[in-house]
Design a binder for this molecule. Sequence first.
Ligand code: M6R
Length: 617
Amino acid sequence: MCGIIGITGRDDAIDGIVAGLKRLEYRGYDSAGVVANDGRDLRVVKRAGKLEQLTGALAGQPLASRAGIGHTRWATHGAPTDRNAHPHVEPAGRVAVVHNGIIENYQSLKAGLGDVRFASDTDSEVVAHLVGRELETMDAPDLFDAVRRVLPQLRGAYSLCFTALDDPETIVVAKYEAPLIVAHADGVGYCASDVTALIAYTRDVAALRDGQVARISPDGIEVTDAEGALAEPHRYTVNWDLDAAEKQGYDHFMLKEIFEQPQAVLDTLLDRYTAPEPGSSPRLHLDELRIDELDLARIDKVFVLACGTSLHAGMVGKLAIEHWAGIPVDVEVASEFRYRDPIVDPHTLVIAISQSGETVDTIAAASHARDQRAPVLAICNVVGSTLAREADGVLYTHAGPEVAVASTKAFTTQIVGSLLIGLYLAQVRGRMYATETADIIARLQQIPTALERVLELDGEIRELAERYKDTDYTMFIGRHAGLPIAMEGALKLKEISYLHAEAFPAGEMKHGPIALIEPGSLVVALASAGHVFAKMVSNIQEVRARGASVLALGTDGSTAELKEHADHVLTLPEAPHELAGPVLSVVPLQLVSYHVATLRGEDVDQPRNLAKTVTVE
Ligand code: M6R
């Protein structure tokens, strides 16, 4: 979603801002703009389209100033046009704003301003007008105070960043339910939507908490609460560097991230199972836990809440928790949870899964559950993110920065994280002997090597992608642990190649979807060896009998039989545990989608209409 960056205290502030916007591109956007503040004018350049449109425009009118702010916009209110791009300047030309989020009451705020001309159709512009009005009424105009006076009028979610002519080297930011990071290094002040934009300048950052406002200048950063009392943001040091956020010779971030999966899984498993004291039995542990283990032992129900790919990881988590810990689990789309009447109490554990930790639907669902005193465990990739901070416990996935919009290494590490939580719950409830846990952990350690073997199939998968790249409609089928992967395979194909794809539980085919099958239909079947393999073979035969071409994903133990029934079989190594199978079987589907999309000439890393982090409802 929208990306924000502000810099103050550098002669080349605008160059730094454009470089930061480049790093924020992965969030998804459809227009971009900057404003340079040299104390005489607020000079705005903004363009619809990709960043190249903006840099092209800037080449013709270079902006020199020591302070400025920039924005990539993902359109919500108003089409993605030049005039709707941010920054927005109020009529007196005194204040400019960029905004991430939605100002829900913008229409009534606009009406309250009377007969004023607006230069855009956005919800955000009204905030610049309101702050401009406040400045006009002040004897000693002060942007920080003006912003604080306006904030109570706003409804919705925002991270806001302002610059004003009265005090050109001061940037003011405010945060409510949309992420905002501030930093200060070597006499330069920074703010951004996420650390990726700042990693080239510093790794020591602070995430503002909801309701906090900050004044950023070359001298330092002052953070207050809404009433103006000094407040402490969440300070942390980023544990990855610029290298991790670059393509490192790969054509796309997505491909790089697919190939990083063995390492990402290894890192997620690292040091999870250790003895608290010499001589005691090893125990599994999370990264942060603020829930009494005795309370966890009394949990009688689990909700897994997440969106998109993270939801699919949660579906695997359900199988693991029910199997190992013996607790009933519901997996639910986070955006639905708080609009019904979920039965939640202190004995309900909520597991919220999010790569970014900033997905507003997941954060809101988790907080709805916390309001009913349910403990929340987060599985999160981004350290210090909102969800991670607000949860009662966190298991970090240690996948490193995931830049491509299509989630890959975050997914496989989320599955590993879910399996660990399943084992952890079994441990605190006394459902498993330490030796059993140790055996499963030892088996999970074999996943990275198995993943390396799966990645060796890339050449064969590319050939398959050549063959199937123009298939308009693909059906993915699976059962048990294969079902979430069928769903993930369909999502991956849709989101980056824009081809229609659907997933069904293989057993459901006869109840309707099989009517779609006709000669030439393509069905991708998840058919690893395991307790549902024989059932999958029957389902494959049913679609084949009706003329479908079948691409089956099997394992060493299932391939021979599959070859009799499928048009093509991809053979994966046997998973070290049946519940770890999804970590392996998703990889060929990620690669198929990647190759199909590149062969079709699509923008793999930034697919149309999508944003990496969905910070609006
Ligand atoms: O950051 P999150 O894990 O909360 O994001 C959730 C979804 O928006 C995300 O997984 C989305 O479905 C991806 N684009 C899928 O590749």
